[in-house]
Ligand binder design. Sequence first.
Ligand code: GDP
Ligand code: GDP
Length: 501
Amino acid sequence: VANIVQAVHKNSLDFTKIPINMLPTVVLVGRPNVGKSALFNRFIRRREALVYNTPDDHVTRDIREGVAKLGDLRFVVLDSSGLETAVSSGSILERTAKMTEKVLLKCQLAIFLIDARAGLHPFDLEVGKWLRRHVPDINILVAMNKSESLIDCSGTLLAAGFEAERLGFGDPVPISAETGLGMHDLYLAIKPVLEKYMLEVINDNGGLDRFHQVTGSNEDEDTQDSKVQLQLAIVGRPNVGKSTLLNTLLQSDRVLVGPEAGLTRDSVRAQFEFEGRTIYLVDTAGWLHRTKEEKGPSSLSVMQSTKNLMRAHVVALVLDAEEIARERRSMKHAEVVIARRAVEEGRGLVIIVNKMDLMRGRKNSASYEKILEAVPEEVQTVIPQVTGIPVIFISALEGRGRLAVMRQVVETYEKWCLRLSTARLNRWLRKVMSRHSWKDQSAQPKVKYFTQVKARPPTFVAFVSGKTRLSDTDIRFLTKSLKEDFDLGGIPIRIMQRAVL
Ligand code: GDP
Ligand code: GDP
C-alpha cells in the first residue's frame, strides 16, 4: 500500500490508463438551468451537443453519461436532470427521485451546481437537503457556475459565495461552464477525491501495475506539467512575431527543444533556463514549425491560444506595434478576448508590444512616443479587473527586449505565487480598514480577520461577523489596497467573504 500511496503522490497514477469501467463517477446535480448540461459538454468536449434554455426541456431529458477529461483526470460524468425534477414539488416525479438516488449511490462525487448570478435559490436549499437526507455519504462539491463576468471584486459573486456556505458543503468553487473559467480550481478540488477513491480501488485489485497494464497507452500532454516550474504561454494573433520572439528567448543559457515522448511527431516542447530557473513553454508547437501558408485565420489562433492558457502560469500576449500605429488602437477583439480569458482564468498576464524597431526613424517617432503612452492606458481600459498589467516594448527581430521580457515574466510568476502570512495580512487589514471611508458608519461590516487561502493566483478570505457584509465597493477597495500595498500589479486577485459568529 505504501508503494501505491507513493505512486499516486508522485503523480504516476495515470488516469488515462484506467479502464473506463473502473473510472470514478461524478454526477452533476442542481436545479434547472444552472448549467449542468453546459458543464457536461465541457467535460466530454462534445461541443455540438445542444444546451437548451428552457427548464421545460428537462422533463424529456435522460441522464446522460460520458467520459470526462479535466487536466490529467479522467472520470465518468453523469448529467442528472432527474434530481431537479424530483425536488420541484410534484408526486408524479417520485420515480425520478428514486432513479436519481440509485444513480447517486454509484458515484464518488457530486458536483452541486448553483448559479452565481442568481445567488442562492430556495430550490438549491431543497436540493441540498435532499442530498443530505438521501445520500449522506457521497462527497459533494459546490460549484458556482456563470461566474465569468463576476470574477475579481464582484459583490454579486461574493454574495453568492457567502450564501453558498449555507448549503453546508464547504467552499464553493467559482466556475463558468460556458467560458471554461475556473476549470483549474475545479480540477484541484476534484483531484484529491478521485485519487483517494482510485487508491482504494487499486488496492482492492492487486496494485498499480495491473492497472497500468490493462489498457493501451493514451498519451496525455498534461501529466508532464506538474514537474515543471514556470509555465509560460506566448500567445497572440498570427504574424505579430511570436516565433521570432521565441527564437530570441531560446538563445538563453540552455535550450532543450525536442520531440516529446508520447506526443505526435511534429509536436515539440521547449524549455530553457533563465537566471537559474527553468522556463517551460506551453504548447508552442502549434506555430513553431508552421510555414507562412499554414497559418490559419486569426480565429483559429485565438482558439488555440485560449486552450493553452489553462496550462500556463504566466501568459505573454504579443501585440504588433505597427498594427497598433496603423489602426490607432492597442488591441483587436481577438486580443482582448485572450487577455480577458487569461485574467478570468487567474493567470499572470504580461503584454508585449513587438516590432518597436518599425516605430523608430523620423517618420515614425511620434508614433513611438504615442505607443509607449497609449498601450498601457488602453490595456487598463479594456481589462479593468486587473490593475497595473505590465507592458513591455521590444523588437524580437533585433533581439531587443529579451531580458526585459524574461525578468517581467519571472516577476509576475513570483507575485502570482506569493503567500502572505495571516499575521501580516491582519496588521495590514487594521491599517487599511481605518483608511476606508465607510458610507454608513453604523452599518460598517466587521472584518474579524483576513487570510490567504491559496496562491497561484493569490486568493483571500475575509471573515466577517455580524449582519453586514462587505459591499462591492468595500471589496474593490480591499482588492485595490492589497494590490498597491503588496505590489501585485497585473495579478488577478480573488477575495471571498465568509460569515463568522
Ligand atoms: P441545466 O438545466 O442545469 O442543464 O442548464 P443548461 O446547461 O441547460 O444551461 C442553462 C442556461 O444557462 C443555458 O442558456 C446556458 O447557455 C446558460 N449557461 C450555462 N453555463 C453558463 C455559464 O457558465 N455562463 C453563462 N453566462 N451562462 C451559462
Ligand atoms: P508569428 O506568426 O506570431 O509567429 O510571427 P513571426 O515570428 O512568424 O513573425 C511574422 C513576421 O513579422 C515575420 O516576417 C518576422 O520577421 C516579422 N517580425 C517579427 N518580429 C519583428 C520585429 O520585432 N520587428 C520587425 N520589423 N519585424 C518582426
